[in-house]
Design a binder for this molecule. Sequence first.
Ligand code: SF4
Ligand code: SF4
Ligand code: SF4
Length: 295
Amino acid sequence: MSTPQTQEAGPGKVSPEKAILTDVTKCIGCERCVEACVVQNKLPREIPTRYRADDGLSGRRYTSIVRIPGKEEGTWRNVRRQCLHCREASCQSACLVGAFSKSPDGAVEYDADKCIGCRYCMLACPFMIPRYEYDQALPFVRKCKMNDECRVEGGVPACTAACPTGATVFGPREKLLEEAKRRIAEQPDLYQDHVYGEREFGGTSVIYLSDVPLNDALRIPTSAEFAKMRVPSLETESIPHLLHSWVLVTPVQFFTVGAGLVGAWFLRRRQRLMAERAREAADGRPDETPGSEEE
Ligand code: SF4
Ligand code: SF4
Ligand code: SF4
């Protein structure tokens, strides 16, 4: 189990941690952010379905727009769904082979080469974000990356660059938090007095502002719901931080699970090699794909 790292700015230091701030009041639901993500990540094209029952995320869709009721009857708000890039990520903590890592710039990254397909990360994520490629012969976990692969001109993710209204923006987390609080202070009648993701489950690097509650759309419990939990401190404390002490007192269980997962890793590697060999045989030449494994 990997220990999560949180980037704090010490005295005289500026944290390099970046974030995405989405202001739901500015989102017009055009889905250009979704389209830009599809293009940037070379994902298969899908027709946007605004009135879907689920949240639209999938192994082929790393961000989506869900519609929730607005303040006035008959009105709607559009809420962008994506990985929240937790400051201390449960997916990272649950993955015993270290397939997830929190980079200093805020992104929680996924390394498919390490993944053994156990899907513990999917169970561990409190926001129900990671998706699995169930329709692929060799499936992987998929979620928003927010890393260098996403960056376009100006060094910002393609999704935020594409937004025509500035509803979703990228920048230093500290500055975006300041900006969010400034907007709330300037328009207290418009906004909820809450920055979603500032503190919940230890805080996230994707944060939200809104005029209507986002708890259901983002899968973030309300304060009342946190208070009713066996561990109400989760309103501000991360799950990995909480579990760290439990891991220390249950080494046998974790060793057993770890041994099982190492076995699964070997099995999965073997499956990959067999698939590569089959492809080589079909092509009649060695696989020269960058990153392909050698025996
Ligand atoms: S939102 Fe879920 S998948 Fe994303 S970093 Fe947090 S725990 Fe991991
Ligand atoms: S940060 Fe990258 S992966 Fe995430 S929604 Fe934006 S473009 Fe897609
Ligand atoms: S591009 Fe901007 S306005 Fe359009 S759906 Fe995405 S966040 Fe909303």
